[in-house]
Design a binder for this molecule. Structure first.
Ligand SMILES: C[S@@+](CC[C@H](N)C(=O)[O-])C[C@H]1O[C@@H](n2cnc3c(N)ncnc32)[C@H](O)[C@@H]1O
Length: 205
């Protein structure tokens, strides 16, 4: 049965992702802290339009954006995370601006050129990054943070879940202005790790 307030997107073959993440989200309480990319996007200037957040989890970013008046489409495979997000959005009186969509990003394709800001944090998938880039409207922003693949990772030269710092900005190509690209040290969960973050603007297309 579908949870209240959560729409269903295309299902993929990610039931194991869903179960794994559901279990993690059941184990800990959310804190709904927005990601710094939200403040950085506002500081950079955001064109009018809705926001798309991919792999949103229990997103404080989606809540902050909705509280700032944006309509937000928040997509994740975890119905537990989305339910926690939807409940908090309702508590804050912004439920009408937060559309929670349960979907597997391996099969979910966002509409092209529609979003003033597309955000994904602590997530990496090259194909999803490409789709996210296409979903940004002219003049809109793409904000992304992923775990960084570092030299300390030894022989690992590629990783499905990590990307080397500098790759995100380079992958955007012409038609984009990279506003910031930073390597960050971060501690999330039990293990300290590094991440790489980019904020870029789509030039008129
Ligand atoms: C490390 S968490 C990041 C959550 C949030 N963006 C943040 O910064 O706290 C990764 C998120 O990706 C979601 N996820 C993992 N695989 C997915 C998939 N195939 N489709 C959609 N979401 C997925 C998980 O449910 C989880 O919420």
């Amino acid at each position: 049965m579908r949870s209240e307030g959560i729409r269903s997107g295309p299902a993929g073959d990610g039931p194991s992702d869903r179960l794994r993440w559901n279990a993690r989200y059941r184990r800990s309480a959310p804190d709904f802290t927005p990601h710094p990319l939200v403040a950085e996007a506002f500081a950079a200037g955001m064109v009018d339009g809705p926001v798309l957040e991919l792999a949103c989890g229990r997103s404080g970013s989606a809540l902050a954006l909705a509280e700032a008046g944006r309509r937000v489409v928040a997509v994740d495979v975890s119905d537990v995370a989305l339910q926690q997000l939807a409940t908090e959005a309702k508590r804050r009186g912004v439920a009408a601006r937060v559309a929670c969509v349960q979907a597997d990003l391996e099969t979910f394709v966002p509409p092209r050129g529609m979003f003033a800001f597309v955000l994904a944090t602590r997530f990496w998938d090259a194909a999803v990054f490409d789709a996210a880039r296409e979903a940004v409207s002219p003049g809109g922003l793409l904000g992304w943070e992923a775990l960084a693949l570092t030299d300390e990772d030894g022989s690992a030269v590629t990783s499905r879940f990590r990307v080397r710092h500098g790759t995100l900005g380079a992958a955007l190509g012409p038609g984009w202005e990279v506003l910031l690209e930073t390597a960050t040290g971060e501690t999330a969960g039990l293990r300290p790790h590094r991440s790489t973050r980019v904020l870029a603007r789509a030039l008129g297309r």
